[in-house]
Design a protein around this ligand. Structure first.
Ligand SMILES: Cc1ncc(COP(=O)(O)O)c(C=O)c1O
Length: 458
């Protein structure tokens, strides 16, 4: 087949491709970087330049690119069949993966429902929780409680329980009704004006008051445990999750944890809820599930929820939801190979040293630059908040694009980053070596230093 030349690719992209979360008027003014290959933590563009993948290709890569075992698993499955449907049939990788996931999840989460991205994992959870309450004859329990500043994806249901205005407010008129917002439990932005750690407990109290007053209208509470990711990498103080779980139990409201970003070791444990020994009624997983290779998601529910859907055909208790690529065998085969690697390569054990080093380098950033307001992290995911001055916490204006400027500087030095406003997101593959992590953090430091100097804000 004729290879399309780089200039043609650029032309085709600019003429026909509409990129996500991108102002296309600006996009078409610049020549795009075309990523053509990857190996380990490195990505290479069509000009032959290499970059460390500092965002794990949108927070999902775990074992690096071109991981031999994952490549082999995909090829082996290609040799059998690429896609068959789970409607009326099953397939070996989908069944095996369901069992393996149940084995590693907190006990009680036992029924795996497949979809193919984080947003759909959340949609499934919301619909499942809603229909569960209907089956329980709790007909009034139709709404959800979610947190301010939450991000659960871009589909309509996921946006309705989201709370990042810049992404969601435009679409508010078409959201489902009945979603109540609780304060975000993050002392950095404590909406109750309290300091750490009172903030966490007060925010959990606040959520409990909402449940006390409204539980008859609430099907479930949904939140991102430990860290609100797309909301700016904001960490929750320990104790909050446990308290919310207790409140949910008290009012018999389902707890849905969105571990799309935090799952599969990102926070240092396999799942973030394990840090507080909390088992939700429903968990949503995606991103890292295939090591960042294939689109796949699961929504895993307890037996209690599953059993409420059992009945005679005519009872119409069936969960009427599904996607064409549900349980895709290629994706499931790669996910199985990825889970094997956690065991054979002792991923979580080896991660602890990297997390310690990462945290130390974040602290160094924080103390060396007055433009670093905070450097928040959970495991190997971090948000470095850039401010004009740490003392006053005066933010850079949105349109100064300070986050982007630092990312462009990092890119020129061989590191791919993507900001959330003025927050630099640092999220390398879990497989990054100590030397590569050191290289990455050196570049982050240099890039912040360069921009601070050029803006004469140091
Ligand atoms: C916590 C969380 N939930 C859901 C999503 C949506 O996932 P997707 O982009 O795969 O739809 C994301 C994406 O960043 C996320 O961070």
């Amino acid at each position: 087949m004729r290879a399309v030349k780089e200039e043609q690719l650029i032309k085709l992209d600019q003429q026909h491709l509409w990129h996500p979360f991108t102002q296309m008027k600006d996009w078409v003014k610049n020549e795009p970087v075309i990523i053509a290959e990857g190996s380990g933590v490195y990505l290479t563009d069509t000009k032959g330049r290499s970059y460390i993948d500092g965002i794990s290709s949108m927070w999902c890569n775990i074992h690096g690119h071109r991981k031999k075992e994952l490549d082999k698993a995909a090829v082996a499955q290609l040799d059998k069949v690429s896609h068959t449907t789970l409607l009326g049939f099953t397939n070996p990788p989908a069944a095996e993966l369901a069992g393996r996931l149940v084995d590693i999840l907190p006990s009680g989460l036992s029924k795996v429902f497949y979809s193919d991205n984080g947003s759909t994992a959340v949609e499934v959870a919301l619909k499942m929780a809603f229909q569960f309450q209907q089956h329980q004859a709790a007909k009034s329990r139709t709404g959800f409680v979610s947190l301010n500043n939450a991000y659960h994806g871009d589909t309509l249901g996921a946006m309705a329980v989201g709370g990042v205005d810049i992404f969601h407010s435009t679409f508010a008129p078409i959201f489902m009704q009945g979603c109540l917002k609780a304060p975000s439990p993050f002392c950095y932005r404590c909406e109750l004006g309290l300091s750490h750690p009172e903030c966490a407990l007060a925010c959990a109290d606040h959520l409990e008051w909402i449940l006390r007053d409204h539980h008859e209208e609430v099907a479930g509470v949904i939140l991102e445990p430990m860290i609100q990711a797309a909301g700016g990498m904001i960490t929750a103080p320990t104790g909050y999750l446990r308290k919310v779980a207790e409140a949910c139990r008290k009012y018999d409201v389902l707890l849905i944890l969105d571990e799309v970003a935090t799952g599969f070791g990102r926070t240092g444990r396999m799942f973030a809820c394990q840090h507080e020994d909390v088992t939700p009624d429903i968990i949503c997983l995606s991103k890292g599930i295939t090591g960042g290779y294939m689109p796949l998601a699961v929504t895993v529910a307890s037996d209690r929820i599953y059993e409420a859907f059992l009945g005679e055909f005519k009872d119409l208790k069936t969960f009427f939801h599904g996607h064409t690529y549900t349980g895709n065998p290629l994706a499931c085969a790669v996910a199985l190979a990825s889970l094997n690697l956690y065991e054979t390569e002792h991923i979580l054990e080896r991660l602890q040293e990297k997390i310690k080093y990462f945290r130390a380098r974040l602290d160094r950033l924080s103390s060396n630059y007055r433009q670093v307001g905070e450097a928040r992290s959970a495991g190997l995911m971090a948000g470095v908040e850039l401010v004009r001055d740490k003392a006053s916490k005066e933010p850079f204006a949105w349109d100064e694009m300070m986050g982007w400027q630092v990312c462009y500087a990092a890119m020129s030095k061989g590191l791919i980053l993507r900001p959330l406003g003025n927050v630099l997101v640092l999220m390398p593959p879990l497989s990054i070596s100590m030397a590569e992590l050191e290289q990455m953090m050196n570049i982050v430091e240099e890039a912040i230093g360069d921009i601070a100097l050029s803006k004469q804000v140091k």
